[in-house]
Design a protein around this ligand. Structure first.
Ligand code: GUN
Length: 295
């Protein structure tokens, strides 16, 4: 079997086209959704993610405010900026790009964001609501994975989903979303991590396999069963002298080999990545509607 390649760019473009119409409709009512972005330090990958988020805002007609701060920024200065954005009515969503520099207390920053503007879904109030199945902002990457599965026609209910990686950004929230008693959940979920004994024994049982560890070639062809649907969340830079920039991006999955056994697979780049930014836009528009009392 050779897998169908899930085109995340296309799925994201479809959702963004719907969203653009919605933003245009809101503009007629005088409502312009706004996203406040904060990036501390000079991590090149973070800078390119934030640039892509700002471009997406521009493309959709969402107001965005760019705050790129030096690595030496203090915790107090960052908290003050978050507080300012919490109080700013033009800002409906606040995004603090992670990771923060080592001297900063990430939890304090994320907990300082008004949950009503927590479009990343990282605040404990948002996480808690998600776990108990209440409506809230869902974290963008796992929410994007869910939409990719749904729009690709993958059956989630009753499927065995194996997630490799237990981060707060992807593995843990995705496991919670898929296990919910709901029309987009009802899966049986296994979460694997660095202390899992015999990873391959688990991954071979997956109907849907999600790799989110941040290490190339973590999932090889011998670790999957025929017909599996594979979602590769990893984004890793590997040296490549044939590229002008000296590297290329790969996921966590050995794409070329695994695609020969899978029924569906996402590429890197062009799979989950475009969905993450799109779900951030979806959450920002949703927040603006709630703030205007029409959500
Ligand atoms: N760093 C990696 N992924 C994310 C994300 O989804 N949101 C934020 N804020 N930072 C990230």
């Amino acid at each position: 079997m050779t897998a169908k390649i899930i085109d995340g760019k296309q799925v994201a473009a479809d959702i963004r086209a719907e969203l653009k119409d919605e933003v245009a409709g809101l503009a007629k009512q005088g409502i312009v959704p706004g996203l406040g972005v904060i990036l501390v330090g000079d991590d090149p990958a973070s800078h390119s993610y934030v640039t892509a988020k700002e471009r997406a805002c521009e493309e959709l007609g969402i107001y965005s405010e760019d705050n790129r701060l030096p690595a030496e920024t203090t915790q107090d200065e960052l908290m003050a900026l978050v507080g300012k954005m919490n109080a700013d009515p033009r800002i409906n969503g606040i995004l603090v790009q992670l990771p923060l520099p080592k001297h900063m207390n990430e939890s304090e920053v994320l907990f300082g964001i008004d949950p009503a503007k927590d479009v990343d879904g990282f605040h404990p109030v948002s996480v808690g609501k998600m776990v108990v199945g209440e409506e809230t902002f869902l974290s963008c990457t796992p929410h994007g994975v869910l939409h990719l599965l749904l729009r690709s026609g993958v059956t989630i209910e009753g499927s065995h989903v194996v997630i490799v990686g237990r981060s707060n950004i992807v593995g843990k929230p995705l496991a919670n979303m898929l296990v919910q008693k709901s029309s987009t959940g009802n899966a049986t979920v296994t979460v694997c991590h660095t202390r899992t004994k015999d990873l391959a024994e688990h991954t071979r049982q997956a109907d849907i396999l999600v790799a989110a560890v941040g290490r190339p070639n973590t999932i090889t062809a011998d670790m999957v069963q025929d017909g599996v649907a594979v979602i590769d969340v990893g984004v890793n830079r590997v040296d490549d002298a044939t590229k002008k920039r000296g590297y290329r991006l790969v996921g966590d999955v050995d794409f070329e080999a695994v695609k020969e056994k899978a029924s569906l697979i996402t590429p890197v780049p062009g799979g989950v990545g475009p969905m993450t930014i799109t779900m951030l836009m979806v959450n920002t528009v949703e927040s603006a509607k709630r703030a205007a009392g029409i959500g």
